[in-house]
Write a protein that binds this ligand. Structure first.
Ligand code: S3P
Length: 441
């Protein structure tokens, strides 16, 4: 599938509207996982019906959990308790979803049945040694393909022991994997992270009655606890909202409202980075929903300037860099990103994919080992049409759709099918606020 964008930015109107983007992907995954392991019935509202979260849902159905829905974001999970999962008949296919694979590896390492986790070609090339290593330290019996790549096979019946694990990289998936295995381990398990990463696992486990303690970078829990069913109201995903935040920031006269966006402080780096670049963002209706801060966000056009992105904000905006690269390309001056080597092992090598696309669009951009240097300029390179590859990466595809708002040439974005993994209605929502975007098979 391709995205074909408007032919000329001069015809591009402003980005105006009042919209709600779909539910948070990280919370959607965890709502199915923890709801399945809880005692009782968990009701979920605002579930993201994207392929990644649906892969998690299908995996738990395959392990015997009765799950009703999703229907308009409404899901009912009939929890089977911590030890109620059943061996699936086949390998669990997790599509494009790193979160499903890494969190499930932790949850399933201590079960009494064996299971194999597989994925698509992108997921099959991503590093899983980062979860296999700590799980082996806990006593898990795990096989991976060469160089720690998927598929992962977890051989059942291993008895796990708690460990104190110092994470070698800032990764919420690795942290969550170890903590989830810790629920099935003897004794205490702790994780210490090198920088704060999203803490939905910690908040949701605590919210469902699993006792854990948090002290700075260290989280600690003891195996053998239980989860209580609850109701979960999932806010809109700030990572999806980010495309529209940048869109409204770069097109003159734009004024956009994004409703009910999750503003967990471990996720708000994109707002802080855009504000440092001069963006005009205001919050209203701030409140807590199920332990997560939520607000409406208003973004009005403002001229952006290039900055050196503070490294402390990198893990707090880790999924938003594709579209932040577009903000940088539209800013006056140079933006320098460092400390972001994790971007090279996402659904694609996001540094390379973005730099390549920006260069094709006529921007001076250069990748570095752990980031990029981007000089703001005119997008379009004087061509009538520019072709950009998304490398099957949803966020690269959507980022270049945002770039089209300021491009003097038509941009054809290839390999856009995976947009459905995180944001199935992106194209129609984008059109509703003024994007000129056609989807072609
Ligand atoms: C996620 C953690 C992040 C993020 C991913 C979702 C999660 O990955 O990029 O989209 O839900 O825990 P890392 O842990 O690899 O940084």
């Amino acid at each position: 599938m391709k995205f074909i964008t408007g032919s000329n930015s001069l015809e591009q109107g402003s980005v105006v509207g009042d919209i709600r983007v779909p539910g948070d992907k990280s919370i959607s995954h965890r709502s199915i996982m923890f709801g399945s392991l809880a005692d009782g019935k968990t009701e979920i509202k605002g579930f993201l019906e994207g392929e990644d979260a649906l892969a998690t849902l299908a995996a738990f159905r395959a392990m015997g959990v009765n799950i009703e829905g999703p229907e308009n974001g409404h899901v009912i999970v009939h929890g089977v308790g911590m030890n109620g999962l059943k061996a699936p008949k086949e390998a669990l296919y997790l599509g494009n979803s790193g979160t499903s694979m890494r969190l499930l590896a932790g949850l399933l390492a201590g079960q009494n049945f064996s299971v194999t986790l597989t994925g698509d070609s992108s997921l099959s090339s991503r590093p899983m040694g980062r979860v296999a290593d700590p799980l082996r330290l806990m006593g898990a019996d795990i096989e991976t393909a060469e160089q720690g790549r998927p598929p992962i096979t977890l051989n059942g019946g291993a008895s796990l022991k708690g460990i104190d694990y110092d994470l070698p990289m800032a990764s919420a998936q690795v942290k969550s994997c170890v903590l989830l295995a810790g629920m099935y381990a003897e004794g205490e398990t702790s994780t210490t992270e090198p920088a704060p990463t999203r803490d939905h696992t910690e908040r949701m486990l605590a919210g469902m009655g699993y006792s854990l303690s948090r002290d700075g970078a260290c989280t600690r829990l003891t195996g053998g606890g239980q989860l209580k069913a609850t109701t979960i109201d999932i806010p809109a995903d700030i990572s999806s909202a980010a495309f529209f935040m940048v869109a409204a920031s770069i097109v003159p006269d734009s004024d956009l409202i994004l409703r009910h966006v999750g503003l967990n402080p471990t996720r708000t780096g994109v707002i802080q980075i855009l504000e440092l670049m001069g963006a005009n963002i205001s919050l209203s209706n701030e409140h807590l929903v199920g332990g997560e801060p939520v607000a409406d966000i208003r973004i009005q056009y403002a001229p952006l300037v290039g900055i050196d992105i503070p490294e402390r904000l990198v893990p707090l905006a880790i999924d938003e860099f594709p579209v932040l690269f577009i903000a940088a390309a539209c800013a006056a001056g140079t933006t320098v990103l460092t400390g972001a080597e994790e971007l090279r092992v996402k659904e694609s090598d996001r540094i390379q994919a973005m730099v390549d696309g920006l260069v094709v669009l006529g921007i001076e951009a250069q990748g570095t080992a752990d980031g990029a240097i981007i000089k703001g300029g005119c997008l379009g390179a004087g061509h009538e049409q520019v072709d950009v590859q998304s490398h099957d990466d949803h966020r690269i595809a959507m980022a270049f759709a945002v770039a089209s708002l300021r491009s003097s040439s038509k941009i054809v974005i290839h390999e856009c099918d995976n947009v459905a993994t995180s944001f199935p209605n992106f194209a129609s929502l984008a059109r509703s606020v003024g994007f000129q975007l056609i989807v072609e098979a």
